[in-house]
Design a protein. Structure first.
Length: 192
């Protein structure tokens, strides 16, 4: 594993333990067992560090699963991919909790422009994943190619709304309900 990868892993550990807002050059350098100068060599700014951590987090969370397996129901495959956006407090609170922590921190009144840019990058990475899934389904004949952009936007409105609701009122977050909504939406998207 490269030094840069080790530094990103250390930053993910800090974010998992203390939240995304706690990421700092000094804290990550301490966790990685290196000096701040070494960390700055790979990540010249805190924004660069945040961006690398966000990219790694999203890449590790949003896989293609079985989206290409045309022997399975396309709505089920799409739902399985979309369900990756939902945190399951019982099994993966740390990694997906960081996802929500990113929203909460970046949308706070005192959030820096750099942190908002990281949220924007997270959104763009999410958009890329959703488009990739929809392109696969379109190539298999399950939806029209020209609908991909609009449907990707619709999917992200729903997912972002779920995230916002969870940030605003985490006590009311209801994973089974959120899964039902996504399952219904996947079916609706592919039935037209």
């Amino acid at each position: 594993m490269s030094t840069r990868d080790e530094l990103v892993r250390a930053a993910l550990r800090v974010a998992s333990t203390d939240g995304f807002g706690a990421l700092s050059v000094r804290g990550v350098a301490r966790e990685a067992g290196v000096g701040a100068t070494t960390l700055r060599h790979y990540f010249p700014s805190q924004a660069d560090l945040h961006l690398a951590v966000t990219t790694e987090l999203i890449t590790s969370l949003l896989t293609d699963l079985a989206i290409e397996d045309d022997t399975e129901d396309p709505a089920v495959r799409l739902y399985d991919c979309l369900a990756q956006f939902l945190p399951d407090p019982a099994t993966d609170a740390l990694s997906r909790g960081n996802w929500f922590d990113l929203y909460f921190t970046a949308l706070a009144p005192n959030a820096s422009a750099a942190l908002r840019n990281v949220l924007r990058a997270a959104h763009e990475a999410s958009t890329t994943a959703v488009r990739r899934w929809l392109r696969t389904l379109a190539a298999q004949g399950h939806m029209a190619e020209e609908d991909i952009e609009d449907q990707a936007a619709h999917v992200l409105v729903i997912v972002n709304g779920m995230h916002l609701c969870a940030v605003i009122d985490p006590e009311r977050y209801n994973l089974p309900r959120e899964k039902r909504l996504l399952r219904w939406y996947a079916r609706q998207l592919l039935s037209g």
